[in-house]
Design a binder for this molecule. Structure first.
Ligand code: SF4
Length: 570
């Protein structure tokens, strides 16, 4: 059975922006935080926000304190004023596309135009829009309602941003025929349009459709409607537990989409469970996939990649067959990554639900593996020299203290600072640690030339940075929820992608330059393929849907193995 996940599934720009704003406020402020109305129509997200002490404010009290976030739907201007007058600090997370409609209505209402809003008068966005119509606003949900409206001398027509595009096209055509003097604006959000078009196309090509998202969410319900209209078996679920698998028994291709208020972690979880259950009905999960998942979850593949990278770094420094340092790097990375995963089961529940379950179920064995591999790495490093041992011990202690509460900056408020609270720390610490074990330890033990060490160190940390920052981008929603400080959270996804690309281009340039100038052997040119391939893959993955996370992880890790294999030729 084949699964196709819609590229447009999941948070739209406006919802993501609002969720990010409230999570940032909750991570940075000690004030009480509220959202005016439910932030989004998704029960799991609301539950997550309550756990983070972000509560819903349904009515504006006469007096209040703390922060109130206006959700992406926006509010009438008088509500915003009332919140401020009550004493709240207001964060306006109205989606910029909704703000545009508010501005249109406000501008024309001031000039005496009537406002016709194509949308449900009870929908919060429409309630907010009506607030800008200066008491001269009307809502329409069916074509014949237009005939029942007064014949306005001047009117603007706007649509609720999540309105059905076909219906809005009919409205426009009615206006053209019956009231050509009305000013009609295209206000349907491009994101909604794309999402609806994609599910229409996917439904036509697939045998069944699954729509994931809140049952109260207007845009998710509309996606489900489109799927039902396509005449294929379709279900609208809030999570995988609600699905009746029997209706998919004869399906060969299943399309999965999700509403604009459905976070990635719910789509991932639903997708993995659905895929597992439906695949079981057909062929069963192959042993190969199980092996792949095991190697990824236990970090054995990442650790082996670190070992292969070390072998390559040593070869570039003229140290041949350096298996001992490769093994030290492998053991260190295995130990640190497992320990880190044990500490982050909570955020993994959002980013990697399967991995979180795996770590919960196998906690004891994984702890043992982490301790044994860490100890074995230290033992081997002692064999290569006292300095290497001290450095590795320091790196181990740094890795161990990453998640521990180590220092209270503001004791009055009881806020504890951990290394992980330092902005960008997770990404940078991993890069520094890998750079040390893959390049510096072999260099120290073999007294390699400083210039060579510098070039190889840059090569190693460039690859590791790109790998780590890319994985951090994939995990950004869960990391933000749990307050983990990664570079993409600090700089944003776009900037992080741009930096990754510059780093990889820099890597290619570095290899070319140093090989052609004779600092590295000519055969080292082959290694320029690794950053080049990573660059291509990351650019390709950026466009791809969010679901093929396991494949993406696998391919990136395999690139590190390829680095070591290419180094054999050097
Ligand atoms: S659907 Fe469009 S208009 Fe509505 S919040 Fe999302 S991006 Fe904004």
């Amino acid at each position: 059975m084949k699964f196709v996940v819609a590229k447009t599934a999941g948070f739209c720009m406006g919802v993501r922006r609002a969720v990010d704003m409230v999570l940032d406020a909750s991570n940075l402020s000690d004030d009480p935080i509220y959202t005016y109305g439910p932030l989004i129509h998704n029960p799991q997200v609301l539950e997550m926000l309550e756990k983070k002490q972000v509560f819903k404010l349904d009515k504006i009290p006469a007096k209040g304190e703390g922060i109130v976030l206006i959700r992406a739907h926006g509010v009438p201007p008088e509500d915003e004023l009332a919140l401020k007058n009550a004493g709240f600090t207001v964060i306006d997370a109205t989606c910029p596309r909704v703000t545009r409609v508010q501005v249109i209505i406000d501008k024309y209402a001031k000039d005496g135009y009537a406002t016709i809003i194509i949308g449900d008068k009870k929908h919060p966005e429409v309630v907010g829009l009506l607030g800008y119509a200066k008491g001269n606003g009307y809502t329409v949900t069916a074509l014949d309602q237009l005939d029942g409206l007064p014949k306005f001398e001047k009117a603007v027509v706007v649509g609720q941003t999540t309105q059905d595009t076909d219906f809005y096209a009919q409205i426009k055509s009615w206006c053209k025929t019956n009231a050509p003097h009305y000013k009609v604006f295209d206000t349907i959000c491009g994101s909604t349009e794309k999402r609806q078009k994609e599910i229409r196309d996917l439904a036509a090509e697939s045998d069944a459709v699954i729509v994931v998202g809140g049952k109260q969410s207007g845009n998710t319900k509309r996606l489900a409607q489109i799927a039902f209209q396509a005449g294929k078996p379709a279900v609208h679920i809030e999570d995988a537990s609600q699905i009746d698998y029997s209706i998919f028994s004869s399906a060969k291709t299943v399309a999965i989409t999700a509403g604009a208020s459905t976070p990635n972690w719910i789509i991932k979880e639903a997708y993995q469970k659905i895929k597992f259950n439906l695949s079981k009905q057909h062929a069963g999960k192959t042993r190969l996939f199980q092996l792949r998942d095991f190697l990824l979850k236990t970090n054995i593949l990442a650790a082996t990649g670190a070992g292969f990278l070390t072998y390559a770094c040593s070869a570039l420094q003229g140290i041949s067959n350096d298996f001992q340092h490769a093994l030290i790097a492998m053991l260190y990375v295995l130990s640190m990554h497992i320990l880190n995963n044990l500490f982050t089961v909570k955020s993994d529940a959002y980013n990697h639900p399967e991995r979180a379950d795996f770590y919960k179920q196998n906690r004891t064995y994984l702890r043992l593996l982490a301790v044994l591999s860490g100890a074995a790495g230290l033992y081997l490093s002692y064999d290569t020299g006292v300095l290497s041992f001290v450095i590795l011990l320091f790196m181990t202690l740094l890795g161990l203290s990453y998640n521990l509460k180590i220092y209270s900056l503001t004791p009055k408020q009881g806020r504890i600072v951990k290394i992980r609270d330092i902005p960008g720390s997770k990404t940078l610490l991993i890069v520094f640690a890998w750079g040390t074990v893959t390049c510096l330890l072999p260099a120290i033990a073999n007294q390699a030339s400083p210039w060579l060490v510098m070039v190889v160190f840059l090569f190693s940390i460039g690859l590791v940075f790109s790998r780590t920052a890319f994985f951090d981008i994939l995990a950004i929603q869960g990391d933000r929820i749990t307050g983990k400080e990664t570079l993409p959270i600090l700089l944003g996804e776009k900037t992080s992608f741009a930096i990754i690309q510059y780093v990889l281009i820099g890597e290619i340039g570095l290899i070319l330059l140093t090989s052609l100038t004779g600092l590295l052997l000519k055969t080292a040119l082959l290694l320029a393929f690794i950053p080049f391939l990573m660059l291509l893959l990351i650019r390709f993955f950026k466009k791809d849907s969010l679901i093929s996370g396991v494949h993406r992880e696998l391919i990136i890790e395999v690139l590190f193995l390829a680095t070591g294999l290419l180094a054999v030729i050097i």
